[in-house]
Design a protein around this ligand. Structure first.
Ligand SMILES: [Zn+2]
Length: 428
């Protein structure tokens, strides 16, 4: 097993992972100033955005100053690209510098640099435990979309070898893992479940006949119970990363599973989805990212994903902030008493109670105060006692960070079309 503090490999500038807060601010602010100037001069969409907001590049000197820049939302990209094909005015270099152009659903086209210095996935793979000499099987698609290519690049930068499994063909992929003694798995958690199943069917012992030691998973939520299960079955470590096809890697876990570290060379803000203002540690908001990428310089790209972050020290020594958890999408949130609530948080409340059949959260306003009520249908034969209501109510603030009431309603009142969270407030 490799040491999690071994940061002497020289695969990338690992010193930048452990900067002090002041050093980090200086580094990020200086990189930010460079990319803003470059984007303003070379990417027409960024130039237009700055002029429209009446800001000049020299007004953006620090991460705090980014609040002045309007957010470009992921859902806008497809229409922007249709208006100004193919890249919506975000291309910051001559076309001839492009190594590859991918297409993600939307459609959204993503340009990739021949001279790319982007090592953010490399940082992620290193943190997961991949090292020189490892053989990594990439089970993401090699058609149209960029991740498989990025992950190959990351493996190569670490001195690893790639086996391009792609999507499906599970039997052959298992065979490949066995025959080539593949040590790394790169894919979704659910495909690894398929691998386990097919390997067992083929008569393999997951630990003795396969050599998997490190798994890097992305693209899906990773349930902790599934991680534990897969780690135990294969005798491997599984760490996850977070990113999108537009901006690449925005977070990755280290050995300590303490959230997902921001790569050192990008800026991740958590902002109020309504105002675009930056939020502090622990506050829930949208993940907005700025990447130092000359080819496709996204300045304040709004992912539409909701999360919160911490800047507490991590035992691994990296001093970058960490996204704790992806909570859902901003288009599904409702603000109650100043807190953003999401259907997945409401699910967390009721999950703990087998008595609950289905529910709906209704948000109302009494005077100037928001009121949140869980309307709950109980399973056949369960009585809606005051004691049960109290137990559910006591769990609400733990999961949603606001208080709420419970009301039991007759079975069959709610239909499948009802929204999980219904906002009944009338705004004047
Ligand atoms: Zn860490």
């Amino acid at each position: 097993m490799v040491s999690d503090n071994d940061r002497t490999s020289g695969y990338y500038n690992q010193k930048l992972e452990t900067l002090s807060p002041d050093e980090r601010a200086d580094y990020l602010n200086s990189e930010l100033q460079k990319i803003v100037l470059h984007a303003y001069d070379n990417a027409p969409a960024i130039n237009k955005k700055f002029i429209k907001a009446d800001i000049k590049p020299d007004q953006i000197k620090s991460v705090q100053d980014l609040e002045k820049v309007p957010i470009t939302h992921k859902h806008e990209l497809s229409s922007l690209q249709q208006e100004h094909p193919p890249f919506g005015g975000f291309l910051g270099v001559p076309f001839s510098r492009l190594k590859r152009i991918c297409m993600s659903p939307g459609p959204i086209y993503e340009p990739e640099d021949k001279e790319s210095k982007n090592d953010r996935w490399t940082q992620a793979f290193f943190a997961a435990g991949l090292r020189k000499g490892d053989i990594g099987q990439i089970t993401f698609s090699y058609h149209l979309v960029p991740p498989a290519f990025w992950f190959e690049d990351a493996l190569h930068r670490l001195g690893c070898t790639a086996t391009p499994g792609g999507v499906g063909n599970t039997d052959q992929q298992v065979r490949m893992m066995h025959d080539l003694k593949v040590t790394g798995y790169i894919g979704t958690p659910s495909f690894l479940v398929n691998v386990a199943e097919k390997a067992r069917e083929a008569g393999y012992d997951l630990k003795k006949d396969l050599s998997l030691a490190v798994g890097f998973v992305a693209g899906e939520m990773l349930e902790e119970s599934l991680r534990d299960n897969l780690e135990a079955s294969f005798g491997m470590l599984i760490r996850q990363g977070y990113g999108t096809a537009d901006v690449g890697c925005m977070g990755y876990e280290c050995f300590h599973k303490s959230g997902m570290h921001f790569p050192y060379n990008c800026i991740v803000e958590i902002v109020d989805p309504e105002t675009g203002k930056q939020l502090g540690p622990g506050e829930t908001g949208e993940i907005v990212t700025t990447v130092f990428d000359e080819v496709y310089p996204m300045i304040r790209f709004g992912t539409g994903d909701l999360s919160y972050y911490t800047d507490e020290p991590c035992p691994c020594g990296r001093t970058t902030g960490r996204i704790i958890k992806i909570l859902g999408r901003t288009d599904q949130v409702t603000k109650v008493k100043g807190m953003f609530i999401h259907p997945s948080a409401a699910d967390k409340v009721t999950e703990a109670f087998p008595e609950v059949d289905c529910y709906q959260v209704v948000v109302t306003r009494e005077g100037h105060v928001d009121k949140m009520t869980f309307l709950i249908e109980l399973k056949e034969g369960v009585e809606g006692t005051g004691e049960l209501a109290e137990r559910i109510e006591s769990r609400i603030p733990d999961c949603m960070r606001v208080r709420g009431n419970v009301e039991f309603i007759a079975r069959g009142t709610l239909s499948e079309d009802d929204k999980k969270i219904e906002d009944m407030r009338k705004w004047n």
